[in-house]
Design a protein around this ligand. Sequence first.
Ligand code: SPV
Ligand code: MN
Length: 620
Amino acid sequence: MELIKSFDEYNLQKLSRIKNPFLHDFIAKYVELCNPSKIFVCTDNIEDENYVRKKALEYGEEKQLANPNHTTHFDNYNDQARDKENTRILVSGNVKPPYINTHNREKGLEEIHELMEGIMEGKEMFVCFFTLGPPNSPFEIPAIQLTDSAYVAHNEFLLFRKGYEVFKRLRDNPRFLKFVHSSGELDERKTSKNLDKRRIYIDLDEETVLSINTQYGGNSIGLKKLAFRLTIKRAVEEGWLSEHMFIMGVNGPNNRVSYFTGAFPSMCGKTSTCTLIHEKLVGDDIALIRNINGEARAANAEIGVFGIIGGVNRKDEPAIWEVLNGQNEAIFSNVLVKDGKAYWSGMGVEIPDEGENHCGRWWKGKKDEEGNEIPPSHKNARFTVRLEAFRNVDLEALNSPLGVRIHGIIFGGRDTDTFPPLSEAFDWVHGVITKGASLESETTAAILGKVGVRRFNPMAILDFLSVPLGKYIENYLEFGKKLKHKPRIFAVNYFLRDKNGRFLNGREDKAVWLKWMELRVNDEVSALKTPIGFIPQYDDLRMLFEGILDKNYSKDDYIKQFTIRVPELLAKIWRIEKIYKENVDYVPNILFDELKKEKNRLILAKERFGEYISPFKFSG
Ligand code: SPV
Ligand code: MN
């Protein structure tokens, strides 16, 4: 076998213990194409993980910080976020589904394979095995990663469950996900140099993703957002859900715990919600949800967090702060480094005036090419840690082979002027259509490009969608129909502002919204019926604000926050209807029916109460 000559005896042995011809063929193909000088096969043994960690330092992709368990990594100045433009779903023929960035499959493979020729020359290739979801469970999805970046492999060891043993058990089963990554040529800072040749091509037919000339985690860590595109396709084909959602347990009265999932676009409060220190953390990014005995049960695809570090400080994010200041393993990317310590914007301590950051040598006041001041850390600077490092992790839920039963699903976006801070859908269909499929959010620094632009982002998944949107929504509706116990659906908006542009809520208020939702899913609190769903009653919120935040919640605040803004809400429905009518080929009719009903309810309410309706006008 051609493959053999590239491996030394020790690594070949590790590989040959997995007796899967499809795996061997796949590895042989990309070893031959990329031509690495050395190959290392990772088993599930801790020594192999340690080897990867050591190599990340030795090859200069990571640097040691003063804390022996902390390292730092920089991506190229222009490689700080997901590259939407060059991330393509490969499709046969000339189909161009809207909202999915596609490329002709044959041409795409030809192009990227050409770019990959000899791309690993002089480098070491790491062969790593993982599984998404707990092994030996209905959620298990085996995946292999080939990468010439020890940094990428290191991240994966923190973020995913090891899968060498899973692969051994697979025997000759061809169903596993495949990822090949190369950072390409590196500059003197060990960051990807050939960004003009940055490509992330997703081959759904072969369940393979090829990613080159990039290091930023969202582009390079195969098991994360690249796998997500593949699992969305699987989910829609097989009738389950693969979602951009956290999973958390909310503590209720008498030691009750109710579990929720929450979909938010990147940088809209997802991680800071699920890591709330008094609640139970199960996952912060990707939930796999299946119907098991009539219940919607969710498992975290991951076991770690690749989170935004900006704004993490002792007061606002105590759980994350504790983890980043503890003895567990952590990788800090694109932060400011000075004297072996990591610093970032909004960390609540004094930040040095100079050091090394994502732009190289940095000093306070340094400007970029456009004359804008470069902040100490990039807005999308991140940390990678294991979930088990969190004091408030729910390990039983994280490791449960049957996941946890989901009582509620939350959709949230960055919305200045339309949705109230919290509302609950009338039922599954109403929630899926008017809260999930109608989600809009302003763009953030998590993707390259302009920020602050209102954008349609159904289920916070648009960046990752790999199947036609209408089919994706239909799958959601079908999934709900078959459940005996349907989760309630909620919408939250942490970013509502008043006429003067001031935020109407504090960032800590989300703790209250969660407790209200916990009571709702257990039928322990009543609500007001508005045209867009149920909203909390003032007295309940007042009690919760006092009990949880020790805060006096005024009627005036309640009115400002929960006023039903009919003109904005109607304008939103028109925008959404137009999008589905004009841009989406196939849409289940029920979507338009549901939007029409909501529109009619709003128009009726407007006739009765006017354009801006105080919540006190509504009853239960
Ligand atoms: C996100 O942007 O949604 C993330 C980080 O979770 S990334 O890996 O870039 O997708
Ligand atoms: Mn995400």
